[in-house]
Design a protein around this ligand. Structure first.
Ligand SMILES: O=P(O)(O)O[C@@H]1C[C@H](O)[C@@H](CO)O1
Ligand SMILES: Nc1nc2[nH]cnc2c(=O)[nH]1
Length: 257
């Protein structure tokens, strides 16, 4: 067992504390390390623990590791998250490939690209209508089928709220009307930052709980359940990401032999 970062070959772990100006992880279950190594022979860097707005960091700082990755030579970003399943067809433990997002915090003018634009990373006004790479979504669906995961892998729209509280029933009803299929507290600002600096991006949600949209429910979402489902699905997620990374490497090699 162990997370994806734990099974890299030739692993080098760098605690966030020793990286100058890097934020610190404050969330239970987020170790706070950048882990370098090889996944099926492909050089990768994994974040063991990410930064959230609710920890008190501004969005640009939450997403700063993406720029660090860009400067390290990373070309593809695979962002994963734990999320509540708003689409009633989703079950706990399912995977949702993100085909689009709703940047709710952006509606209120809060964006990781706010402030002076650093043209060395990307343009002032980046498009976001093709944020999630269509080829990677298509291939991820093919891979899911090959791995026998087609019944648990879906496609949908993710939305990020600031957190840390889970949503009210009325909020969830509203998000559902807006077209969101999963709800979380991360990823959107990382994806915006990644697309701004021209990374190829894919993302998926692990559905860790069903969103509660009925007032007569006695269930409560909680972080322990989120972490438990994450652990339960660890091996499947590892296999899935490993296969996607292998596919990316094969296509890159065929373009630049
Ligand atoms: O870091 P992610 O977005 O995967 O984690 C979600 C959002 C909160 O950090 C946590 C709530 O349990 O899960
Ligand atoms: N906002 C939000 N984040 C989550 N992370 C895991 N589950 C949930 C959820 O239901 N809502």
């Amino acid at each position: 067992m162990g997370s994806l970062a734990d099974v890299l070959d030739g692993k080098i772990e760098v605690p966030y504390e020793i990286i100058p100006h890097f934020p610190r992880s404050t969330v239970q279950g987020h170790a706070g390390k950048l882990v370098f190594g090889y996944l099926s022979g492909v050089p990768v860097v994994c974040m063991k623990g990410r930064f959230h707005y609710y920890e008190g960091y501004p969005l640009w700082k939450c997403a700063m590791p993406v720029r660090v990755m860009k400067l390290l030579g990373v070309t593809h970003l695979v962002a994963t998250n734990a999320a509540g399943g708003l689409n009633p067809k989703f079950e706990v433990g399912d995977i949702m490939l993100v085909k689009d997002h709703i940047n709710l915090m952006g509606f209120a003018g809060n964006n990781p690209l706010q402030g002076p634009n650093d043209e060395r990373f990307g343009p002032r006004f980046p498009p976001m209508n093709e944020a999630y790479d269509k080829t990677l979504i298509r291939e991820a669906k093919r891979i899911a089928k090959e791995l026998g995961l087609e019944n648990i892998v879906h496609e949908g729209c993710y939305t990020c709220l600031g957190g840390p509280n889970f949503e009210t029933v009325a909020e969830l009803k509203m998000l559902s009307m807006l077209g969101a299929d999963s709800v979380g507290m991360s990823t959107v600002h990382e994806v915006i930052t990644g697309r701004h600096c021209d990374l190829t991006v894919m993302a998926f949600s692990l559905i860790t709980n069903k969103c509660i949209t009925a007032y007569d429910s006695n269930d409560n979402p909680n972080h322990e359940e989120v972490m438990d489902v994450g652990k339960m699905r660890q091996d499947v997620l590892k296999l899935f990401v490993q296969s996607i990374v292998k596919y990316i490497k094969q296509t890159e090699d065929s373009i630049n032999p």
